[in-house]
Write a new protein. Structure first.
Length: 345
């Protein structure tokens, strides 16, 4: 059973990493005809419809109940779906697809900071050091070998937006812990549905206000295959497999598959003619080393903590057992002592 659970989680994590790795390249290729806001809106309009049909078929009408938690769920959905996708897609207009994918790969370490803010409990110094190492790797790529450029404007508008989007997505993802009784499909569907509502409202307001262009139907037709990819592969499939991987493997293991995102993006771009620079190679290596080291360190800490708790629990259990045995002996002695008294009376 545990082996099957791990296998399912690993397959789901791999599918997510590959699908999202290609998403940045595919989405950017549509920008000549369709802006990020309308691409995001049509993407989630279709994806939410697919999720609703799946949930209805699998779990029935009752699964659509919000159980009095609409406000909190809507906030998580808006931060996750609207915040992440608008930030990353708009940011993608200003940085290369592979750079955007690399920033996305910092999700495991951004999770450390998100959980720090939520629990008010500081992570270990080693973990914080690995966060800095990963960010240094990203800075190497964005600064073209000079990380200091990030601090002096090298990160740019696109990089900052993408990083902000990552924070929003991890806030949404870790928020699923508040819904332990819900299946991954139910959590994904209801949050996607609420998040899509926010996306459509924001896009409509921005269009009517003239902040973004109003594309005609022809523009959607011209990028039909990009829409098909982001709706089916990058959203309907990848979002569900992402949440499933987290449920099956746990956050620390499930999030590791995000490493496939920049690797996939760099490979696709290489086939399209991009030749990775030495600095890009060093930056990607630093990020991957930090991610794997962080995972290994967290595993060791968890194992040590479990061993410590076991060593503390064993003497307590033994002492409790001895005490129980002694109490039973006293009861038997007292019962034996009262027996003759009753017979004599």
């Amino acid at each position: 059973m545990a082996g099957n659970r791990t296998m399912v989680g690993a397959v789901c994590g791999t599918v997510t990493g590959l699908a999202w790795g290609g998403m940045f390249v595919v989405a950017k290729s549509a920008y000549g005809r369709l802006d990020p806001f309308h691409l995001t809106a049509v993407r989630f309009l279709f994806a939410a419809s697919i999720f609703c049909v799946l949930l209805l078929l699998v779990e029935g009408k009752g699964a659509f109940r919000l159980e009095g938690r609409a406000a909190g769920l809507w906030l998580l959905s808006t931060v996750g779906f609207a915040g992440f996708n608008f930030c990353t897609y708009v940011g993608l207009e200003h940085i290369p697809a592979q750079s955007s994918a690399l920033i996305m790969a910092t999700m495991p370490l951004v999770t450390v900071l998100v959980m720090w803010a939520r629990t008010r409990k500081a992570p270990p110094a080693v973990t914080l050091g690995l966060v800095v190492l990963a960010l240094l790797g990203v800075a190497m790529v964005l600064g073209n070998g000079n990380p200091v450029r990030v601090l002096t404007g090298g990160l740019g508008y696109g990089g900052l937006l993408t990083l902000l989007g990552v924070v929003g997505w991890m806030t949404y993802t870790t928020g699923s812990a508040g819904y332990p009784g819900w299946s991954a499909l139910r959590y994904t569907t209801l949050t996607c549905l609420l998040g899509t509502g926010s996306i459509l409202v924001i896009t409509l307001v921005a269009t009517l206000a003239g902040w973004i262009p109003d594309p005609g139907p022809v523009q959607y037709v011209r990028v039909w295959w990009q829409i098909l990819y982001v709706v089916i592969a990058a959203t309907s499939v990848a979002t569900l497999t992402w949440n499933t991987a987290f449920r099956k493997l746990g956050p620390s293991n499930g999030v590791l598959f995000i490493n496939l995102v920049p690797i996939t993006a760099f490979v696709i771009q290489a086939f399209r003619g991009h030749r990775p620079t030495v600095y890009e190679g060093i930056g990607v290596a630093l990020v991957l080393v930090a991610l794997f080291a962080s995972n290994a360190y967290s595993r060791r800490r968890a194992a040590a903590e479990a061993a410590r708790r076991g060593s503390v629990a064993a003497p307590v259990a033994a002492s409790s057992g001895a005490g129980t045995a002694r109490e039973a002996d006293v009861v038997r002695v007292r019962a034996a002592g009262r027996g003759p008294d009753r017979r004599e009376t």
